[in-house]
Design a protein around this ligand. Structure first.
Ligand code: G6P
Ligand code: ZN
Length: 577
């Protein structure tokens, strides 16, 4: 057995190691600075209770982006030096974020061990490669992202750190080969267990086992955008459900995502969008169902033939149909939740079905407490995240399986027949029953951080006089309703009582429409301003309009009210979703 020793390395703090909405994300070149990653990892170990480090089992893996392989070796050596007993690594360092959550919650090692946390190596939907982004975040024993109390502690540790521990003489482990390697250190044995995570998520496996063979409705176009979802898609859609190999697009994970932006939306999932008949060079005969995932496979985009399902509608439709269509929920839903900027489509379903409902700040970590307390079964965000209490992360593949289950249920009597109930039919029927929330989001990326702050401050200060706001709005457009309330969203967690302030500026209109402004917490350079625009239409005869037409008046109001161009110099958003 190879012996290793522990070295104490002197270090000094780096500025700006504050975890954002979902961990620390910076350019790879920032992470490559000597001690940079090490400082963050040691600060995390120091923020955890001793028994979650010494003798513990920790997962280390991610979406396989550039620098992951180096990071796995560094973290493994630091884990060994800090007295961790076992490190579990996905083969080739690949594990989707939802799979990490499932592995923490469910995997039992050959020796009966269970994991108490994970370092997830991903910058999610941000591009990868030597000049792009890397990221790291810590997930807790429940499988969910560390709460703010922990991330605040990590950050505070990064500002005072003076040394870290590392087993410099521990040899690199070959993470391309499945198996357990045992080393011996000053505190006893240390194992590195490399395994294939695509066969470990039993709840998702359960879901697809429940899907009957659905002929043409099988996920017949899946775009992994060269992220980690490709490994799971091959196994689940092709090997288990019988979809054709040709239905997989960009399903070979790449360190730089093939030079693309691994974000599943109408702008970046271009190939899928074309195949589904929604692009400029569109396919003449698009398939009935298509989907995409982001780099770490927690996000999803659902498309029908020439039809886009907004993420806000998607979670509402899944919630409305879950009990009948998805066996996991057959005994009922404990409750549902959405993030604040997500449209209120879910609220209407919750009200109609008499379900507990929660509105939380942006960031998946806020759903975890509700789920741990048995208060929420299904939740989602406008940012292409949908999930359930089977784990504590959003789950891109689960969302696809949930939709396929709904399609299977709606078509149970006529599978293979000519009266197929399509994705579009399901969405239009939903609007007919619950009304439609027309929805769009404008993103202004890489804006000067000072200008973005000023724009937000101005929106807050205007809230002190709604009559002035309404006067201004009437000058911009006379055809929008009045603002009846405006505030900065604040959330008191009903489980632990913690309060999160300044979670976005809201303007709420009399007809149920909303404008929301927020600064993104996931960018790595400058600031990103997000404008969320939503208009509610109850009248079922008016739910079939073109979305951009229906939203045009509110968009106009949003941009002029916020003085977007004046503050940012931008005449158009970087991305519209
Ligand atoms: C990550 C989080 C989500 C969040 C999203 C957008 O994906 O897991 O919960 O909605 O980032 O965050 P941002 O702060 O960029 O709007
Ligand atoms: Zn992601």
């Amino acid at each position: 057995m190879v012996l290793f020793s522990v070295t104490k390395k002197a270090t000094t703090p780096f500025d700006g190691q504050k975890p954002g909405t979902s961990g620390l994300r910076k350019k790879v070149t920032v992470f490559q600075q000597p001690h940079y990653l090490q400082n963050f990892v040691q600060s995390t170990f120091n923020a955890l209770p001793a028994d979650k480090v010494k003798g513990a089992t920790i997962v280390v893996s991610g979406d396989g982006r550039y620098f992951s392989k180096d990071a796995v070796q560094i973290i493994t050596k630091m884990a060994a030096a800090n007295g961790v007993r076992r490190v579990w690594v996905g083969q080739n360092s690949l594990m989707s974020t939802p799979a990490v959550s499932a592995v923490i919650r469910e995997r039992v090692g050959a020796d009966g061990s269970k994991a108490t946390g994970a370092f997830i190596l991903t910058a999610s939907h941000n591009p990868g490669g030597p000049t792009e982004d890397f990221g790291i975040k810590y997930n807790m024993e429940n499988g969910g992202p560390a709460p703010e109390s922990v991330t605040d502690k990590i950050f505070s540790n990064t500002t005072t750190i003076t040394e870290y521990l590392i087993a410099e003489d521990l040899p690199d482990v070959d993470i391309s080969v499945v198996g357990v390697t045992t080393f011996s250190g000053p505190e006893g044995p240390f194992d590195v267990d490399v395994f294939d995570s695509t066969i470990d998520d039993s709840k998702v496996n359960e879901l697809h086992k429940n899907l009957r063979k659905m002929g043409d409705l099988i996920c017949n176009c899946y775009d992994a955008l060269h992220g980690v979802a490709g490994t799971y898609a091959t196994r689940i859609f092709v090997e288990e459900l019988g979809a054709a190999e040709s239905s997989l697009l960009n399903c070979v994970p790449k360190e730089d995502f093939g030079g693309g932006h691994p974000d599943p939306n109408l702008t970046y999932a271009k190939e899928l969008v074309d195949r589904m008949g929604l692009g400029k060079s569109s396919n003449a005969e698009p398939p009935e169902f298509g989907a995409a995932a982001d780099g770490d496979a927690d996000r999803n985009m659902i498309l029908g033939k020439r039809f886009f399902v907004t993420p806000s509608d998607s979670v509402a439709i899944i919630a409305a149909n879950a009990v009948q269509s998805i066996p996991y929920f057959s005994s009922g839903l404990k409750g549902v939740a959405r993030s604040m900027p997500t449209s209120a489509a879910l609220d209407v379903v919750a009200k109609n079905l008499n379900l507990k409902f929660f509105e939380v700040p942006t960031g998946w970590k806020f759903f975890g407490n509700l789920m741990d307390a048995g208060m929420c079964s299904i939740c989602g965000e406008e940012s292409f995240g949908t999930g359930s209490d089977h784990i504590r992360e959003k789950d891109g593949i689960w969302a696809v399986l949930a939709w396929l289950s709904i399609l299977a249920f709606k078509n149970k009597d006529n599978l293979g027949g000519d009266k197929l109930v399509t994705v579009e039919d399901i969405v239009r029927q939903h609007w007919g029953t619950y009304g439609r929330h027309y929805y769009t989001r404008y993103d202004y990326e890489n804006v000067d951080a000072g200008a973005a702050k000023e724009l937000m401050a101005n929106l807050v200060s205007m809230q002190s006089s709604l009559s002035d706001v309404n006067k201004l709005i009437k000058e911009i457009r006379s055809d929008v309703s009045d603002v009846v309330a405006a505030d900065e969203f604040e959330y008191k967690d009903p489980v632990d009582g913690s309060v999160s302030k300044h979670q976005g500026v809201r303007y709420l209109f009399g007809d149920g429409s909303r404008l929301v402004f927020r600064l993104s917490g996931t960018g790595s350079v400058g600031a990103t301003i997000r404008v969320y625009i939503e208009q509610y239409e109850k009248d079922s005869s008016k739910t079939g309009r073109d979305s951009q037409d229906a939203l045009a008046p509110l968009v106009d109001v949003a941009l002029k009210l916020s003085k977007m161009q004046e503050y940012t110099g931008r005449s158009a958003p970087t991305v519209i979703t």
